[in-house]
Design a protein around this ligand. Sequence first.
Ligand SMILES: NC(=O)c1ccc[n+]([C@@H]2O[C@H](COP(=O)([O-])OP(=O)(O)OC[C@H]3O[C@@H](n4cnc5c(N)ncnc54)[C@H](OP(=O)(O)O)[C@@H]3O)[C@@H](O)[C@H]2O)c1
Length: 463
Amino acid sequence: MNKSKIAIIGLAVMGQNLARNIANNGHKISVYNRTTKVMNEFIDEYGSENLEGYEDLCTLAKSLEKPRIIGLMIKSGPAIDSVIESITQFLEDGDIIVDFGNSNYQDTIKREKKLKEKNLKFFGCGVSGGEEGALNGPSLMPGGDKETYECIEPILKSIAAKDFKGKDCVTYLGQDGSGHYLKMVHNGIEYGIMQMMAEVYGILKNGFGLKAGEISKIFANYNEGKLKSYLCEIAVPILAKKEGEDYLIDKVLDSAAQKGTGRLTAIESLERGVGLSVITQSVYARVYSSFKNTRTELSKLYEKGTHKIEDDLEEFTKILENALYIGVIISYAQGFRLLEVASDEQNWDLNFSEISRIWQGGCIIRAKVLESFETLFVSGEKNLLKMPEVAKYINENIDDLRYVVGLSAMNALPTLSLSSALNSFEYITQERSTANFIQGLRDYFGAHTFKRTDKEGTFHSEW
Ligand SMILES: NC(=O)c1ccc[n+]([C@@H]2O[C@H](COP(=O)([O-])OP(=O)(O)OC[C@H]3O[C@@H](n4cnc5c(N)ncnc54)[C@H](OP(=O)(O)O)[C@@H]3O)[C@@H](O)[C@H]2O)c1
């Protein structure tokens, strides 16, 4: 019997689809799931010569070519350690475990070190694209030992999505947890863009009184232009979906869940001292959304009346498009800034042009703008806001973001993330900030000292 090239452990939606993708691309694969019934049902439906199920880890391990490649597609956290613990007894020197889930990069670093002591290789590979991407081509973000990458590269390349030029959306990123780190930041950027889109939806719905179907058409229009992206594309059917006379979206509870990668990105930004206001505010927006009862109670205490924006809708949607586009650029710029600092501190040497390329297909934040980023990052500059092409666009259009945020504020429409994009931009681009005043206050109450603009040294004043 031919041995399998790879195994996948974990057959929830992502594992099933990734396994089918691998088999469909001609690789023989063995699969296993903790709950055997799930594996049997999967094999009943999709089993083939290339796709075989195993009820225990020992026979799963025996079914594999050496070095064995075991892919994990299970719930992140302690479950990963428990599966590693159970499988390692059936593995031999040089065998490879690849974690395809959304693991914390620090756990990945620890696991790699621990398994190295047992002569086993542990590798982290972020997968983006949801269930559809896993099946038809995800964006893959692999990080870890380079030689281990080379063993799994042929499989990864064959299952990955394609970028705008038809190349595989996978590249070797760097050492240890870099793949999972990039996937975390990808998800953070995704949080930011989704929140800003939701704010645009809110302005059109509550400020202009548009119906979901009308807003769907505006997003369809946006998706024809510079905002062309997977998220704008799926906004169209989501907003247009009807149930009888009503739009389904109007009946969806306004409380957004989160699985933790956005929160982790925000925590990382605080720990590494990088301003990540758009992503962080998007996490807060989800937090606020989850307090439905409190919001309902407070909405009665703080009656805001109804607001109606009287602007010309056609003209305003163009302003809104520019505003959202700048918000998107700033969200990416902040995400890349975090990556820059992390890459330096961890010695990953991340290639931003390649990252912009592998995000062009398969993943949730795939967007036309990434084509420009791929080219711009070739210069070696890593800060998007320092690039003359980006500065030209923002200089010409920033008034549109200022207008949208100001108008929304006057009409009691919250723009947590759009206004954060604007305010972080205003702050980071002003030569003289107001932090001198903070320094004065700190020195007054705590003798924290301050530096001066007119002479060298450290000073304290009796204010
Ligand atoms: N869903 C997405 O769109 C998406 C996108 C990208 C990445 N991811 C990541 O991909 C991974 C898989 O996601 P998912 O949504 O398919 O599944 P999930 O709900 O995160 O996890 C369910 C899978 O984990 C297994 N599992 C849980 N605890 C276990 C344990 N202690 N020991 C062994 N197996 C255990 C389950 O087995 P049983 O059937 O026995 O319970 C099941 O196969 C996660 O890390 C997720 O964050 C998900």
